[in-house]
Write a protein that binds this ligand. Sequence first.
Ligand code: SF4
Ligand code: SF4
Length: 378
Amino acid sequence: MQYRVLGRTGLRVSALGFGTMRFKMVEGKVDEGIAIEALHRAMDLGVNYFDSAVGYCESQSEAVLGKALKGRREGMVVSTKYPPWGRSATADDCRQVIEQSLSRLAVDAIDVYHMHGLDWEIAQKVLATGAAIDGARKAKEEGLVRHLAFSFHDDPKRMIDIIKAAPDLEVVTCQYNLLDRANEDSMAYAHDNGLGVVVMGPVGGGRLGFPSEQLQGLLPGGTSTTPELALRFVLANPNVSIALSGMNTSEMVEENVAAASRDTALTHEERHAVVQALQENRRLADLYCTGCGYCMPCPNGVNIPDNFRLMNLHRVWGLTAVARHRYQSFGPDKPNNLNAEACIECGECEPKCPQKIPIIEQLKETHRALCQEAQEAD
Ligand code: SF4
Ligand code: SF4
């Protein structure tokens, strides 16, 4: 296992972190046997960063992690989060939530305590005087929390605004992967300003967990699997402290540990070759559809950009299996969420597309490529 320093926390952490949000569930309950076996396997192989949150796995994740840590706490770095949504987010409320997390985790202190899922609007609520962050600061003074952190979902520039607004935050956890590099510059800013940078979704929330000849072919000499390349790509970024992977079996732990244990994640030349190829693929994807949404709404409820996003996963990135799987999940459960088949060819969208995409034709092609039944009928 490779180890890195988590910014100015000074903590020595494993390059691979264990995200505890994907434990196997059976009838609404975490399968504790499998989960704890995977956690222990990770500890045995040198993983020492474990990230949880109040709501993960139907609010059972912290307690399961607590059981796995019994008798093995020493040297482990435990992270969890304050969920600010739909609550007062006062200092007192945060203090109460910290005490509950300490009890579920069965630890005396939380090493890294996050304000969970900040966008700029929630950040202003949580970081105000007398708000949740002050509860966490007080808990830190009392030794219940060791380091303050935030997880982030917003326009990348807002990450910098949050860092400036609360200079005592020492760690940021954010999205970053081969297909989504939007946070790259803000991560560099965070790193340069002494924050530890933890990457969630290094395999693209599962999208990069599927095989892709195109992606595997990006690396000179090839690589054995797409998830391995995805993990190595994230770890090759010098601003990244930890790649956090949501693991749920010992086998997955072993595969990820192997990828995170290489002396060099990617050489300078390999990373350069991958970035060049990614830029070319991105250009190709944008030629098809940039996802701008100007064509929306469709009067017939077709989610045009999302259909094309899946088509790009198939056509540009070779992630056909995941694209087909996700194509099946379109449905009338939310507004404007129908698949390409629902297009009645009214033509309203096409003049609004700055890319001049022949939307109707492309939707037909999308349906043919991604719908199993359409293929069988062909
Ligand atoms: S052409 Fe199809 S996708 Fe475009 S607006 Fe009409 S129904 Fe919607
Ligand atoms: S307007 Fe064109 S480029 Fe923008 S989302 Fe719609 S189809 Fe894609």
